[in-house]
Ligand binder design. Structure first.
Ligand SMILES: Cc1cc2nc3c(=O)[nH]c(=O)nc-3n(C[C@H](O)[C@H](O)[C@H](O)COP(=O)(O)OP(=O)(O)OC[C@H]3O[C@@H](n4cnc5c(N)ncnc54)[C@H](O)[C@@H]3O)c2cc1C
Length: 434
């Protein structure tokens, strides 16, 4: 993409000093022409690529739009300065462009990782406001006009609104299961549709809430498998600002593929490692592959033993559980094996590190009491956990068929990625954030 943009901007330019205004004009148009494809990417085209791929492409296209707009704006400012006509920037049609660029420039900062993390809602609202502003203002600012591009953009936007508000399921009768002192919740939603393992849905508030119209929708992986035939989906959710209320209705999108379908027909060894709520991504893939000829292993690292209430509500057979903390109120009769490393995680599970302890009502404490659970105390050592049972030795197996999948805190994902690199495995990770 970079090369196409670079050469389109510089085509037939022999002297930048003499022709920089032409270059500036071109980059202005290129920026606007990239908008339809950028909106197409947020429609999350199902057939062509996975959610993460289109999200990454969307981010890169946005960066190019900002870069091209910057070249366009700087080019014209330099030109007007040389002509001693800086006041041209304030002519109405020019000023529309200056205004759009100013917001775009601020958006570049608002989109920085730490700002997004600090206040995702603000990022989301500012991002959408700036995008709409740019689409509208530049339609008037650009000379000659850009009407065809505007029409394509508008059509994509209409389709986006259709997907978000119309092509959704209204769901109610939602069941919430909480574990005592756990930051995880199980959400059961009665619904019937087809999905492949590892897919996620997006949840929105119902129409009477302002968040439905303006706020972001909330993606959650489907933790159970279609093969279960339960006519319901199960989510495993880490408690954040977004909370389900069982008395409310919600809007639920169609499922989106995270890991592309050919993967499931073309794997021989799969090592999956997930942390905390990342179990919702790993578990359905694991349970699906268990029933095939694939050698598959799932390691779930969780910060608190209290999260193990999940085991009683989902098919966790064969999953190796590691926990770094046995809480004071852990039932003393529960069985555990001591792992080699008993130290608290060095950030392995640091997604929970800043969480406050919240007292919660246990809905299933009685049932859990006395049940035997097996887990290892400490952090998983990748060489050991991936080596045993299914083996790290992938000799004789096509390298393309050996995978490591990861989902969880960045340090866990990084360790898994390094491990897969050093053992010649392919690597995929699901990110539970923007
Ligand atoms: C593909 C995918 C699957 C996910 N599956 C699960 C799951 O199974 N279980 C689970 O507990 N969590 C999952 N998440 C994360 C979950 O969607 C967010 O934690 C939740 O939306 C946060 O809502 P909030 O209002 O509390 O966020 P805020 O407190 O406003 O933001 C917290 C952080 O959550 C992330 N986030 C918030 N909204 C979105 C959004 N619309 N898209 C992407 N990231 C967002 C951002 O990184 C943000 O900084 C998943 C995320 C993605 C992208």
């Amino acid at each position: 993409m970079f090369l196409i943009i670079f050469f389109a901007g510089g085509h037939n330019i022999t002297s930048l000093q003499d022709q920089y205004v032409t270059v500036a004009k071109r980059y202005g148009r290129i920026a606007y022409c990239l908008i339809p494809s950028n909106i197409y990417l947020i429609l999350r085209p199902q057939s062509s690529t996975s959610y993460l791929n289109s999200l990454n492409l969307h981010k890169w296209t946005s960066r190019f739009i900002i870069l091209c707009s910057l070249i366009h704006t700087v080019g014209f400012l330099v030109h007007w300065k040389e002509e001693k006509a800086l006041s041209h920037a304030f002519y109405l049609l020019n000023f529309l462009g200056v205004a759009a660029f100013t917001f775009l420039f601020i958006l570049a900062f608002v989109s920085l990782y730490w700002v997004r993390r600090f206040n995702y809602l603000f990022f989301y609202l500012f991002h959408n406001f700036t995008s709409i502003l740019m689409i509208v203002l530049i339609t008037f600012h650009a000379r000659p006009g850009v009407t065809p591009t505007f029409i394509i953009t508008a059509l994509f936007l209409v389709y986006f609104l259709y997907l978000r508000f119309w092509n959704v399921y209204k769901v109610d009768d939602i069941k919430i299961i909480e574990g005592k002192n756990s930051k995880l919740q199980i959400i059961k939603i009665p619904i019937f549709f087809n999905w492949s393992p590892g897919s996620h849905i997006r949840i929105n508030y119902s129409y009477s809430f302002w968040e439905c119209w303006l706020g972001p929708t909330h993606p959650f992986s489907i933790a159970n498998n279609q093969e279960d035939n339960l006519n319901q989906i199960t989510l495993i959710m880490r408690k954040t600002n977004f909370k389900f209320d069982p008395t409310f209705s919600y809007l639920l999108s169609k499922p989106y593929v995270s890991i592309e379908k050919p993967f499931f027909n073309n794997v021989e060894i799969v090592n999956i490692i997930v942390g905390g709520s990342g179990i919702s991504f790993g578990l359905p893939i694991y349970n699906h592959l268990k029933n095939t000829n694939t050698r598959v292993k799932l390691i779930w690292a969780t910060r608190s033993k209290n999260d193990l209430f999940i085991n009683k509500h989902l098919d966790m057979k064969g999953v190796e559980v590691y926990t770094t903390k046995i809480d004071d109120d852990a039932a003393p009769e529960e069985v555990f094996k001591i792992g080699e490393d008993e130290s608290e995680g060095d950030g392995l599970l640091d997604d929970d590190a800043n969480d406050e302890e919240i007292e919660m009502e246990s809905l299933n404490n009685k049932k859990a009491k006395g049940d035997k659970e097996e887990f290892v105390l400490g952090r998983p050592n990748l060489d050991e956990v991936f080596a045993s049972d299914i083996g790290v030795d992938n000799d004789g197996i096509d390298g393309d068929k050996c995978w490591v999948l990861a989902c969880g805190p960045p340090s866990l994902v990084k360790d898994a990625k390094n491990w897969s690199k050093s053992h010649g495995f392919n690597f995929f990770n699901e990110k539970y954030e923007m």
